[in-house]
Design a protein around this ligand. Sequence first.
Ligand SMILES: Nc1nc2c(ncn2[C@@H]2O[C@H](COP(=O)(O)OP(=O)(O)OP(=O)(O)O)[C@@H](O)[C@H]2O)c(=O)[nH]1
Ligand SMILES: [Mg+2]
Length: 639
Amino acid sequence: MKSIIVGTAGHIDHGKTALVKALTGIDADRLQEEKRRGITIDLGFAHLELPGADGERLRFGFVDVPGHERFVRNMLAGVGGIDLVLLVIAADEGIKPQTREHFDICRLLGIRRGITVLTKADLVNAETLAVVRSEVEDFLHGSFLGNSGAASGSSKSPIVAVSALKGTGLDELKHELVRIGRVASAKDSQAITRLPIDRVFTMKGFGTVVTGTLVAGTIRKEDELELFSAGKRVRVRGVQVHGAAAEKAVAGERTALNLAGVEKQELERGMVLASPGLLQTSSRVDVKLSLLPSAKTLKTGSRVHLHAFSSEAIATVSLYEDKQLKPGGDAYAQLRLSAPLLLLPGDRFIIRQFSPVVTIGGGVVLENDPPVRVKNVEIHSDFLGSLTDDSSRAVLRARVFARPVGGLSLAEAVMRTGWHRREIEALTVQIQEITNVAGVLIPNLTLQIARKSLIQILSGFHRQNPLVAGMTKEQLRGHFVGLAPEAFAIVFDDAVTGGQIDLAGDLVRLPGHGVVMKDEEAESRKIIEQIFAAAGLKVPALKDVLAGLKIDQARAHKIMTLLLREKVLIKVSDDLVFHQSALAELRKALATQKLISPRLDVARFKDLTGVSRKYAIPLLEYLDRERVTKRVGDARVIL
Ligand SMILES: Nc1nc2c(ncn2[C@@H]2O[C@H](COP(=O)(O)OP(=O)(O)OP(=O)(O)O)[C@@H](O)[C@H]2O)c(=O)[nH]1
Ligand SMILES: [Mg+2]
């Protein structure tokens, strides 16, 4: 069943609540004070099911708002989630200040569909009704509720005259509700769940209950949700939709949740329940701001009241391009919020003047984690412009290209767009210029440049250090500090697998660019290796070995350095060097010894290895450093 949220709008006393009651049979004025004073103070709710075509049914959730100018704040808490507006104008009064203000709000929120209702039609004669109708037509001209110009067929926004008292016009109104409800775009029940809370109360036998318009996603019994901005997890004990118990609530439904894990005092209007662990609140947002023609010029640095869904905050406006925004104009701006709010790109909001409080404009959130200071306004404005693109592919592409080196992780992409991870992954596949490298999205161009740089850096290194066999991987990594580690890893691994670079132990070099040894050097190297390999643990003194070679001392030392760097030989103390194979054997022997007894003293070690004390002590100290053994008092244990 399709669910549509219908909001009322219009001046005080024009008959909004009476109209909702005439349609649904439900009195949305639930507060004592409302009944006593005969005015709506806070949001009221009602519901109605109507048959559509082909046996389908449409479910309308009504949000009835107060018309009083002092309660526009409450009106704003309800209007954020609506799909369709009933703009209520009393036929005996015509257009009044809150008719205008509510209508402006609907336009600024991007509400696309609605019906204009001329109420109290029974109080005027046909002639007056015709005059009011034509006044209203002029007023709506060119807007989403206007009927001239391109609007036609199913997108037509009707004006219906109604008497809630006599019941006239109600059938026509229901007919129009169904007609428009059928074509209104439904909210996305697959999206990441968000329920802005508009009421909190306790119910005997149920505990804490919150209500709201489910603007995205689905909520089931037993779901875990995250409470923003409290940063708390809560459990859904029960779900009600339009006043009746339900297994689940889907986007577009008026939803009540019975919550476990939270007290009533911890909850308030303006908080949001959302899918856990995916989203984050923001204290700064970049937006596209529109100022009403009726507003005063807005200077950069001004403070305003911001309303988004059921939440509100004070915002300081910082305009990107100019120092001020003229009435009727629009501009990119950064809003700094007095309290962090859960906002996602695409969310609409209203701004009201700080004092006196009147609606002056609104806009759409583009970025919920903007830079504190923008270095180049032109580039940043271009970026914000690309975020307004209708194609989600274009938007994702722009976001990835805005992070050309560090990349955009999937988790962050979810947080910054509000899209599901799987959607983003699917989009990435469609965008040719970007790659998903182990969960980090990065432009292909960056990978190409990194591949080239890798080779250039290595060949530069070889040129400057002809006597060194190569760079360590860490040294090389140091040239790519800004690059996402995942991207470096793939570029590096690909280069090794593809044979563009050689990796020997810890050393990286270009193929054929190692240290070139002359014949006698190569021969000497072989001799050294053989002597140490054959010696096992009873190694000769290094200086004796080097002195026995045919080459000079400088070259002999160069060879030694190479052998140590490649870890063929290992230095255990200043004058003791072992072949790596001998130490590997020793480790094996100790592992076997451990099975017999992990305790080891110097005498035992000497027995085991056959070496003298002169070798035993430095070897044991080396093994301690390598965490093969551990000193405990006078003895050691094998780890
Ligand atoms: N004669 C007549 N009176 C109506 C009609 N609709 C509403 N009224 C009366 O107008 C008064 C105001 O109606 P409400 O429905 O409370 O007006 P409202 O727009 O909800 O007012 P707020 O919520 O305070 O902004 C009430 O006394 C209603 O009985 C109608 O169609 N005909
Ligand atoms: Mg009312």
